[in-house]
Design a protein around this ligand. Structure first.
Ligand SMILES: Nc1nc2c(ncn2[C@@H]2O[C@H](COP(=O)(O)OP(=O)(O)OP(=O)(O)O)[C@@H](O)[C@H]2O)c(=O)[nH]1
Length: 367
C-alpha cells in the first residue's frame, strides 16, 4: 500500500519539486533575488509553477480513508509560501484546488494547514527554527486528523514512513533552496558593488566601459554626453570634501531623472559623468544635454550642514557609430567637453561627429 516504500518514487518526487522550484526561483531573480517582495506577477507565476508540481505529485497520492489522501502535494505549497510569500502560497493552493475537484474533503483539510501559515505570515520570520516547528506541527496535525478516519494500529508503519519521507523531502528542498537564496543574494550584492559607484549609487567606470564594449560588439550606435561640474574644486575648498560629495550625489540623481529608462548614466571619474543615450539623433541628444544643463543651473544643492550651493555644468555631446573604436568615441566627446569648458563653461558643445548621425542607420543596415 505504501507508494512511498518505493525509494525511486521518493527520489523522483524530491527531484521534481527541487528542480521546478529552484529553476523558477532562478529564472524569476532578475537584477534582485526573487522574494516575497518581488513584483506581483513574479510571485503569482512562482505559485502557479509550484501548483503544477502539486498536480504532478498527486499522481502518486495514497488514499488513507474516504477522501483523505497522503501525497507530497503539501511540500511545494509550503515551500512556495516560505520563499515567495503569501501570494505564491495562495496561488499554489488555488491551482491545486481548481484542478482537484474544488471543495473536496482533502482540499479543505489542506486549506486548514495552509491557512495558519498564511495568517502567521511565516515567510517574514523565515528561519530554520520556524521551518522545523512548522513541519512538526503539520505532521502532528495530519496524524491527529488521519487517526479519526483510519485505524492507526493497522496503518501506523505507513503513516510514520510517509511522514518521515515527507519531512525529509521538505527539509532537503528547503535547505537546497535556502542555499541557493543565500548565494543569489551574495551574487547580486557583489555584482552591485562591482558595477555601482559607492558614492553616487549610479553606474561606475567599469560599468561604463562594459556598456561601451557591448555597444561596440553589437554595432549599436548611441549618443554620448560627457558632463563635468564647473569650478568643483572651489566647493571642496570652501565647504569641505563632504559638501562636495553631497553635490556629486545630487548630480547623480538629477542625471537619472533627466533621461529615459533605456538610457545609461555613469560616473566616469571624479566630478566627470557620462550619459549614453540609446537614441543617436543629434537633436534628441542636444535636448537631453540642454535639459541637464538647465536643471543643474537652477538646482539648489544642499549640504549636510545646511549650506546651499549653486553650480553649473559643462557638457560635450557626440556619437558612437558602429565600427568606431570606443576610445576614439570617448576622446571626441571629451574634446567637445573641453571646448565647452574653454568656451566659458555652463554650456553644451557638440562634436563634429554629430553631422554623421545619418550614418548610424546605414552602418547598422550594413552590419
Ligand atoms: N568631494 C569630492 N571631490 C572630488 C571627488 N573626486 C574628485 N574630486 C575633486 O574634484 C576637483 C576637480 O577639480 P578640477 O579638475 O580642478 O576641476 P574644477 O575645479 O571643476 O574646474 P573646471 O573643471 O575647470 O571647471 C578636485 O578638487 C578633486 O579633489 C569626490 O569623489 N568627492
Amino acid at each position: 500500500m505504501t507508494y512511498i516504500a518505493s525509494i525511486s518514487a521518493f527520489y523522483s518526487d524530491t527531484c521534481i519539486i527541487y528542480a521546478t522550484l529552484s529553476l523558477s526561483y532562478f529564472a524569476l531573480s532578475k537584477n534582485v533575488p526573487f522574494s516575497s517582495q518581488s513584483e506581483l506577477w513574479r510571485r503569482v507565476l512562482f505559485g502557479v509553477l509550484a501548483g503544477l508540481v502539486v498536480l504532478y505529485l498527486n499522481q502518486d497520492r495514497l488514499e488513507l480513508a474516504g477522501g483523505v489522501y497522503y501525497s507530497f502535494g503539501m511540500i511545494p505549497m509550503i515551500l512556495a509560501t516560505f520563499f515567495g510569500g503569501g501570494v505564491s502560497g495562495v496561488v499554489c493552493y488555488l491551482v491545486s484546488f481548481f484542478f482537484t475537484g474544488g471543495f473536496t474533503l482533502d482540499n479543505l483539510f489542506i486549506a486548514s494547514i495552509i491557512l495558519p501559515l498564511l495568517l502567521s505570515a511565516v515567510w517574514r520570520k523565515k528561519s530554520h527554527g520556524v521551518f522545523y516547528l512548522t513541519i512538526g506541527i503539520i505532521a502532528l496535525y495530519r496524524i491527529a486528523v488521519v487517526s479519526t478516519q483510519v485505524k492507526l494500529s493497522e496503518l501506523w508503519t505507513d503513516i510514520l514512513l510517509y511522514q518521515a519521507a515527507a519531512a525529509l523531502c521538505l527539509s532537503i528542498c528547503y535547505h537546497a533552496l535556502n542555499f541557493k537564496e543565500r548565494h543569489m543574494h551574495a551574487f547580486f550584492s557583489m555584482r552591485n558593488k562591482a558595477t555601482t559607484d559607492s558614492l553616487t549609487n549610479i553606474n561606475n567606470r567599469a560599468s561604463v566601459d562594459y556598456k561601451m564594449m557591448i555597444q561596440h560588439a553589437q554595432r549599436q550606435p548611441c549618443g554620448l554626453i560627457m558632463l563635468d561640474l564647473d569650478n568643483f574644486k572651489r566647493v571642496n575648498d570652501t565647504y569641505g570634501h563632504l559638501a562636495g560629495d553631497s553635490v556629486l550625489v545630487s548630480l547623480g540623481g538629477i542625471l537619472q531623472d533627466s533621461v529615459r529608462n533605456e538610457d545609461f548614466v555613469g560616473r566616469y571619474g571624479g566630478e566627470e559623468f557620462i550619459v549614453i543615450t540609446s537614441s543617436y539623433d543629434p537633436q534628441h541628444i542636444g535636448a537631453v544635454a540642454e535639459r541637464i544643463r538647465s536643471k543643474v543651473e537652477s538646482f539648489h544643492f544642499k549640504t549636510d550642514d545646511g549650506n546651499e550651493i549653486r553650480m553649473t555644468i559643462s557638457i560635450g555631446t557626440s556619437l558612437f557609430l558602429p565600427g568606431m573604436a570606443v576610445d576614439k568615441a570617448i576622446e571626441i566627446t571629451d574634446e567637445a567637453l573641453y571646448d565647452a569648458k574653454h568656451g566659458g563653461k555652463n554650456r553644451v558643445v557638440s562634436s563634429r561627429l554629430m553631422q554623421l548621425a545619418p550614418l548610424g542607420d546605414s552602418f547598422r543596415q550594413g552590419s
